[in-house]
Design a protein around this ligand. Structure first.
Ligand SMILES: Nc1ncnc2c1ncn2[C@@H]1O[C@H](COP(=O)(O)OP(=O)(O)O)[C@@H](O)[C@H]1O
Ligand SMILES: [Mg+2]
Length: 356
């Protein structure tokens, strides 16, 4: 399914909206050819993560690499480093550190600041160099809101090509027709307007708009959440079909685990801006560790009516589960490839469970 080559690497991504830490220190990799599922309840930062990757934001902090090249970077971590260096010096001065020692600290502070400034400059240079990355395309959550009602379907699908500098009308038309046919629509649809289509067809238009760019990665943001259950499977099947035909890598965003279950190779679970668990899909379902993941799993209906009757939903209450007052959490690898957001005590507990 994949040869282990990393296509996309998200490192310590932070995207803050004022005080709202929508995405807070999230790191993961997406490997070539895989389906990476990103799951979590509404408002936990999934869309913001996707939008950060396609550079709809100037991210607050962290780095995003595509094929090893840094395509996006934020400045906050560098600014914090500069601040911390200054504080350390101030503190030493205040504490009446002797002159020789203070000079030493000053030199060290200046070096730290110079290094952070240089790194920040390099980060911003990379960030600005890649205004957009056509290799990464996103299918948006809401197929109605994301299609401009005043544009024809043809214009909507062609928009990315035009922005990308394609001027030849014939080339554009051919690509649009090809994209329409790939998603199960016909070329005659190009002259029509979005409102003339059903929800499922509109999402096909959304898919066509992404595939026309011949991307390497598609970020599908809850592509079926807004659709009738009866047509959800059609759109999922279309994505799966295209993925094989085009050799795509997919990041599939969903708010519950039932949709991603059969489709994903690996799954990341988000909770309030944090990535709390990351593992192979099978591993995550068989050995969930984080209590939030367990609660998500408990919410999946099962086809067995006997079992379904007895199914107990587990609610996740963070304050009951964790004491992060002193022993602070971070994302840790508990078993190879299985990462959990936990502190030292929890890490030991998870390790012990594995050993049993
Ligand atoms: N453009 C924005 N401006 C301000 N806050 C935003 C913006 N987009 C998202 N948010 C906030 O960021 C958080 C994460 O939102 P989002 O990424 O859309 O979550 P999800 O896709 O998981 O439902 C929410 O609290 C949301 O209100
Ligand atoms: Mg969303």
């Amino acid at each position: 399914m994949n040869n282990g080559e990393t296509l996309l690497s998200v490192e310590h991504l932070c995207q803050y909206f004022g005080r709202n830490k929508a995405v807070d220190d999230v790191s993961f990799e997406v490997k070539k050819g895989e389906v990476f599922g990103l799951v979590g309840e509404s408002g936990c930062g999934k869309t913001t993560t996707g939008r950060s990757i396609i550079k709809l934001y100037d991210i607050t902090s962290g780095n995003i690499f595509y094929k090893g090249e840094r395509i996006a970077a934020g400045t906050l971590s560098y600014k914090e480093e500069i601040k911390a260096a200054k504080e350390a010096y101030k503190e030493a001065k205040k504490n009446g550190t002797d002159k020789a020692k203070l000079a030493e600290i000053k030199a060290d502070t200046d070096a730290r600041i110079a290094k952070a400034k240089e790194e920040m400059k390099a980060a911003m240079k990379d960030h600005k160099k890649h205004r957009t990355v056509t290799d990464i395309q996103m299918i948006f959550q809401d197929p109605i809101a994301s299609l401009d009602p005043r544009m024809t379907v043809g214009q909507i699908i062609a928009e990315g090509l035009v922005i990308n500098g394609e001027k030849d009308k014939k080339v554009i038309d051919e690509k649009v027709y090809e994209a329409l046919e790939m998603v199960g629509l016909v070329r005659e649809h190009a002259g029509r307007y979005p409102h003339e289509f059903s929800g499922g067809q509109r999402q096909r238009i959304g898919v066509a708009r992404a595939v026309v760019m011949n991307p390497e990665i598609i970020i599908a943001d809850e592509p079926v959440s807004a659709l009738d259950v009866s047509i959800q499977a059609q759109v999922i099947n279309l994505l799966d079909d295209l993925r094989h035909k085009m050799g795509l890598t997919v990041m599939f965003i969903a708010h519950d685990l039932s949709v991603v279950k059969y489709f994903s190779d690996r799954i990341g679970v988000m909770y309030f801006g944090k990535l709390v668990e990351l593992a192979d899909a099978d591993e995550l379902f068989e050995h969930p560790m984080h209590p939030y993941t367990k609660s998500l799993l408990s919410a999946i209906p099962v086809p067995d009516p006997q079992f379904e009757k007895k199914r107990q939903r587990i609610t996740y209450v963070p304050l009951k589960e964790h004491d992060y007052s002193v022993d602070l959490p971070s994302l840790r690898e508990v078993t190879p490839g299985h990462f959990v957001y936990c502190n030292d005590a929890e890490y030991e507990k998870y390790r012990a469970q594995v050993a049993e």
